[in-house]
Design a protein around this ligand. Structure first.
Ligand code: NAD
Length: 350
């Protein structure tokens, strides 16, 4: 497999190096070959060639089997022209690779339950929710404009845009608990009424999956009232952006959560949900686990390598069981380690 590495900015290079270490170990153990190609994107690309994402970087990613991304952005580029901001690289990569489906699992590791901001009786013995977010349509990509007195953004979806993301969500629900919650605002928005009607029509093709619909305001409230009522959530771009952040924070550990962005083929982009953490960049302080778990998602969703993906997830669990923690998840009595040692320990546990 040929993997595009978009290390990016801040802690990006620190965490990608550890993810590569772990993937190399999995490849050696399970006998497959990996090669890497480094791709320029983000603030480092602005510094080098004056733009956050040259077309050549998109082409390079498209020529690989999958993409692993660290993070982009940082205060150094906060004042550049808005069309040149490092974050443009993310939107450009998603659109350029037609990655319309964003998977954000919110999993609470029992070893880290103390970091959960909710009461024990609400969380029970853990949390495992998959948020399936539409990624290349809706209000973030609609027509927009502004003048001195007004501004507008447009929210629109086509039937085919809704069908392709809802199909992914049903497929994921089928291999999990067969429970799908579709989140919309169909009491107000036309686009949500269309969304809901498509979900209802497609539900007939998946009779085993129990489907329910929630308005987004109610869903936001239910996520903190009783998160375990959810298994798979499917929703639009903006609602998914907000709800997936809320769901991930319930687990209490931003340095632990991976994500996948998928299209209709096997090419995907995999990245941690956190940003470039410029405050700790290059100091051997970043938690590499979210990026290492992103590699597990890559093996599962782009390469259909379930056994290898599980090996990584179990290795992470084993290292946590041995009480090793990076600073962000450290509590009293645990053993504090840096980025590199955490990567080494997980690679050894493979
Ligand atoms: P952030 O996620 O980078 O950092 C928030 C806090 O969490 C910081 O205190 C940071 O030190 C800590 N943190 C984050 N990841 C960590 C890790 N792996 N280990 C330990 N601690 C970790 O969010 P921010 O501060 O809002 O953003 C910083 C920069 O990252 C901004 O330029 C922002 O635009 C960018 N950003 C990029 C992405 C991306 O590339 N996907 C996502 C979000 C933010």
């Amino acid at each position: 497999m040929k993997i595009a590495l978009v290390k990016g900015d801040g802690i990006g290079p620190d965490i990608i190096n550890e993810a590569v270490k772990v993937l190399d170990k999995v490849a050696a153990k399970y006998n497959f070959e990996v090669t890497y190609e480094e791709v320029l994107a983000g603030g480092c690309s602005i510094d080098k060639i004056g733009e956050p994402l040259p077309q050549s970087s998109i082409d390079q990613c498209l020529s690989c089997d999958s993409v692993l991304l660290g993070a982009v952005g940082g205060p150094k580029w906060d004042n550049v022209d808005s069309s040149l901001r490092p974050e443009k690289a993310l939107l450009g990569l998603r659109a350029g690779m037609n990655l319309f489906c964003n998977l954000r699992p919110a999993i609470m590791y029992p070893q880290l339950s103390a970091a959960c901001p909710l009461k024990d009786e609400i969380i029970g013995d853990g949390l495992d929710i998959m948020v399936v977010r539409e990624l290349t349509g809706g209000i973030y990509y609609g027509k927009r404009g502004s003048d001195e007195n007004s501004a507008f953004d447009t929210l629109s979806y086509t039937v085919s845009e809704i069908e392709r993301i809802v199909k992914k969500a049903f497929e994921i629900a089928m291999v999990r608990d067969k429970k799908l919650t579709s989140v919309d605002k169909a009491n107000i928005l036309n686009s949500s009424q269309l969304w809901r009607s498509v979900v209802e029509r497609m539900a007939k093709d998946y009779p085993e999956v129990k489907v329910n619909h929630l308005y987004v305001d109610n869903a936001a409230m239910q996520l903190v009232r009783d998160p375990n009522q959810f298994d798979v959530i499917v929703t639009t771009n903006m609602f998914g952006d907000i709800l997936s952040d809320e769901a991930s924070q319930i687990t209490g550990s931003i340095g632990m959560l991976p994500s996948a962005s998928l299209g209709s083929g096997t090419l995907g982009m995999y990245e941690p949900i956190h940003g470039s953490a410029p405050d700790i960049a290059g100091k051997d302080l970043a938690n590499p686990i979210a990026t290492i778990l992103s590699v597990a998602m890559m093996l599962r969703y782009s390469f259909n390598m379930e056994k290898e993906a599980k090996a990584i997830e179990e290795a992470v669990g084993n290292v946590l069981d041995l009480n090793y923690r990076t600073g962000d998840i450290f509590t009293k009595g645990m053993i504090k380690v840096g980025t590199k040692e955490m990567g080494n320990l997980i690679a050894q546990a493979i």
